[in-house]
Design a protein around this ligand. Sequence first.
Ligand SMILES: [Zn+2]
Length: 317
Amino acid sequence: MVIEPIPVADAHTDLLTALELPGRSFAGEGTEGHVTLARLRAGQVRLACLACYIAPRFKCQGPARVLRLIDRFYALCGEHRADLIQVTGAGSLSGVLSGERIGVLLTVEGGEALGGDLAVLRMLHRLGVRMLGLTWNGRNDLADGVGEDGTGGGLTTLGREVVREMGRLGMAVDVSHLAPAGFRDVVRIATRPPLASHANCAALCPHPRNLTDDQLKVLGEQGGMVCLTFVPDFVAPDSPTIERLVDHLEHAAGLVGPGLVGIGSDFDGMEETVEGLESPACFPGLAGALLQRGFSLAEVRGIMGENLVRYLERVLK
Ligand SMILES: [Zn+2]
């Protein structure tokens, strides 16, 4: 069976942070790391969410760090204007999967980026940020991350204000990395459906970064999304293969429905990779594995890209 290329939308990659490393390039061939222009093209990627990750060592300089990474994003778009196009909302999303250029959408991973000020959130939105993960693994002034397993902390007063303001602005709240109490708070108060941009199923791999069946069901009930990730430890630490990742996709689809499942690779955000998924060039292999598992072509097109685009069209103004 000959299948036409399936366009891909990826909800989470750490390319911007990786480009901070000396010697790392987006255009270069045979470069270290995962995401390059040639590999995005080879994998049929049409939309890539590029995260501004606030690493723990930048905790106290969040706004400066996020602006540095946004500067890098704009430099990248400028340097590759023939290949990349910034996506900021429903208007620029329509047609992105069939377009010539690869859509790139700015996201932030870590509420430290806000420096405790809603005005900074509003300015990040003006710069094009359309998705925000409230925490990484630790605690910040918005909420506790999954690493804070002894405190049971949910959203702070400021964290709740941020979620409400994101709803007003038209931004996607990302619950990846958030501790369970914070997850409960987000789904209780969010005015737009949240998503998990990169997490898997705890029922198949009981890692604290993965979501329980109850959490997945709540996301689905709210019209939110789960984007499954390729981090080997979140797939199956002993045998991280494409088949085990497809198990997660199948399990999540059974709970939230195949129309609310997507891909959030975490390429350039992990050291080891799943066998057969070493870079974005490998996406067609994953699409093939989903078809082999019995998903319909329409479902596979949804999971690989269309579902995320539809979710963003609903959530972003
Ligand atoms: Zn992450």
